[in-house]
Ligand binder design. Structure first.
Ligand code: AMP
Length: 282
């Protein structure tokens, strides 16, 4: 696997690739786990070469968030990428990606970005879209792979691609979970043993709701149930729970609605914010 740390070196490599070669791309922030590995191996199966990036993007972190302590382990990441079929690792510095600090050009997102994680983390998706757009310009992939773990992010990236006419196919990949159901996340590394054992309640709630949500009167009744379950866990605090339509992430007022209902949860486990989601229809 080749590793590039600068844009000119990467571009030199990219421009020498034969035009007919299909390029798959997996952007990440590193501290890789099997969730990331599944994206890389999907890309490796479906493309001639797979480029992955490791870049902890400062513009998607709020001022009080974990940018400085976000786990960084590039050597281990490189091993995981290579093992799963990546051909190239692009790992630029912050100054390489953002020569102007603070950056002068950005994006704003309308209704898709103002709910769920967008409401809890103001500006987060503006930063995500900014860096994904930059990386798409540099990497010029045919196919790009994103996890459904960050479902709202995946929807916003599809919107970005549609509105900005990027010539890339976006592939959503299923959530990879630990054996007890907890969605894999780089942030799980922050959890103490006690926090880790309580964190599983998030996926337990979602799996329960997938089977039973029709037994609740309405969305408010589900929300009360979820709050109660979380409040029983001493180290956990609910950030949000919502049931929205899968398409457009719109409120669902009526259960019998034909729109596909999708449940989203975010909670703090100690100081670590974890997210998860599940389609409620099958
Ligand atoms: P991150 O490094 O957290 O920015 O994630 C990079 C990519 O990996 C994003 O597209 C995530 O949605 C995806 N990802 C993270 N965790 C998982 C998981 N447990 N299962 C599937 N994809 C994931």
């Amino acid at each position: 696997m080749q590793i590039f740390r600068t844009i000119p070196e990467f571009r030199n490599f990219r421009k020498n690739l034969p035009r007919e070669m299909k390029v798959g791309f997996v952007p990440t922030m590193g501290a890789l786990h099997e969730g990331h590995a599944s994206l890389v191996s999907s890309s490796a199966k479906e493309n001639d070469i797979t480029i992955s990036s490791v870049f902890v993007n400062p513009t998607q972190f709020g001022p009080k968030e974990d940018l400085s302590k976000y786990p960084r382990m590039l050597e281990k990441d490189a091993e995981i990428l290579e093992k799963n079929g990546a051909t190239v690792l692009f790992a630029p510095s912050t100054a390489e990606i953002y020569p102007e600090s603070p950056s002068q050009i950005g994006f704003t997102i309308q209704s898709l970005g103002d709910k769920l994680c967008g409401a809890s983390r103001p500006g987060h998706f503006n930063g995500v879209v900014q860096v994904v757009s930059l990386l798409f310009h540099i990497v010029r992939p045919d196919n790009a792979y994103f996890g459904e773990k960050d479902f709202q992010q995946l929807m916003i990236i599809r919107q970005l691609v549609a509105e900005q006419h990027f010539e890339v196919n976006i592939h959503g990949c299923p959530i990879v979970r630990e054996s007890d159901g907890l969605a894999m996340s780089s942030r799980n590394l922050y959890l103490s043993a006690e926090e880790r054992s309580q964190a599983v309640v998030l996926s337990q709630i979602l799996f329960y709701l997938k089977e039973h949500y029709h037994q609740f009167k309405d969305a408010d009744a589900v929300k009360s149930f979820v709050s109660e379950q979380i409040s029983k866990k001493s180290v956990m605090r609910l950030d949000y729970f919502e049931i929205l339509s899968e398409k457009g992430l719109k409120d669902i007022a009526v259960w019998e609605n034909t729109e596909k209902p999708h449940a989203f949860i975010a909670a703090f486990c100690g100081n670590t914010r974890l997210i998860d989601n599940i389609p409620l229809f099958s």
